[in-house]
Ligand binder design. Structure first.
Ligand code: NAP
Length: 254
């Protein structure tokens, strides 16, 4: 039987919502009728995205916060709760990438990459879960990375953090299944976003044509490719899917 519940408007918090994948996730969730909180370090960017969503008829709010700053994050979730309602969907797209030879990774650099990518995800999940438990319904979608699936020689810190995100997600799936909450991860690869373009401009990634040639489908992905999968995992229809890692990568990691 189809889930008529799928049409219900939920409150969705999207971290990293001001740019790239997170921005596309905001648009896809708003298009499904959800009320969207655009949470990002970049407050102006979050404002811009929230304004564009509202111009399209959605209910949306910008929340400027650093996912590593627990007091600021707590205040942001409280503001979202009072303006839009309790959090029912969380998509964690805020992330920081870095490329360093292993022997050159300083302890400070290691800590920063773990802090933003892994601890930031932990912080957001911990802030969102009490509302989901109270509602006996929730959806968590973490954005990890294909680098965690295959390893990455010049991104050991980033890949380790993203590997942690995958296992954190699987652990949440098992811990919160009895509460009607699902948790799944999407590890992107080769998605055209400002983050990828910066990495290319810095010479850390090859040009798009070279990257595309290494992808079985023969082209790079778009933020919309990831957002469509995230919106599905956040839907009522995906209620029997939890603890999974859904590759959206053109076949590059099989
Ligand atoms: P993006 O365009 O750089 O977007 C990331 C957003 O997260 C930016 O708005 C950024 O703000 C924000 N952010 C960074 N640190 C934050 C923090 N501490 N607190 C709150 N917000 C923060 O990158 P993207 O390519 O869309 O990446 C989205 C996610 O996908 C990331 O987790 C990334 O690791 C992952 N990913 C992407 C690819 C790809 O091919 N693009 C591949 C694998 C994984 P600022 O701009 O102000 O820093």
């Amino acid at each position: 039987m189809p889930h008529t519940e799928g049409r219900r408007s939920r409150v969705a918090v999207v971290t990293g919502g001001a740019s790239g994948i997170g921005e596309a996730v905001c648009r896809h969730l708003a298009a499904r009728g959800h009320r969207v909180a655009v949470l990002d370090l970049d407050g102006d960017g979050a404002d811009r995205v929230a304004k564009a969503l509202r111009a399209d008829g959605a209910e949306a709010l910008a929340a400027a916060a650093d996912v590593t700053d627990r007091p600021a994050l707590g205040a942001a979730f409280a503001e979202i709760r009072s303006a839009l309602g309790p959090t029912e969907i969380l998509v964690t797209s805020a992330g920081l990438v870095a490329f360093d030879r292993f022997e050159e990774i300083t302890p400070e650099r290691w800590d920063r990459l773990i802090d933003v990518n892994l601890t930031g995800t932990f912080n957001c999940c911990q802030m969102a879960l009490p509302d989901m438990v109270a509602a006996r319904w929730g959806r968590i979608v973490t954005i990890s990375s294909s680098s965690a699936q295959r390893g990455s020689p010049e991104m050991a810190h980033y890949a380790a953090a993203k590997g942690g995100v995958i296992v954190l997600t699987k652990s949440l799936a098992r811990a919160y299944a009895p509460h009607g909450i699902t948790a799944n991860s999407i590890p992107p690869s080769g998605i055209e976003t400002p983050m990828q373009h910066r990495s290319q401009a810095e010479g850390n990634l090859p040009a798009s044509a070279t990257m595309a040639a290494a992808i079985p489908l023969g082209h790079l992905g778009t933020p919309d490719d990831i957002a469509a999968a995230a919106a599905f995992l956040a839907s009522a229809e995906a209620g029997f899917i939890t603890g999974q890692v859904l590759g959206v990568n053109g076949g590059s990691v099989l």
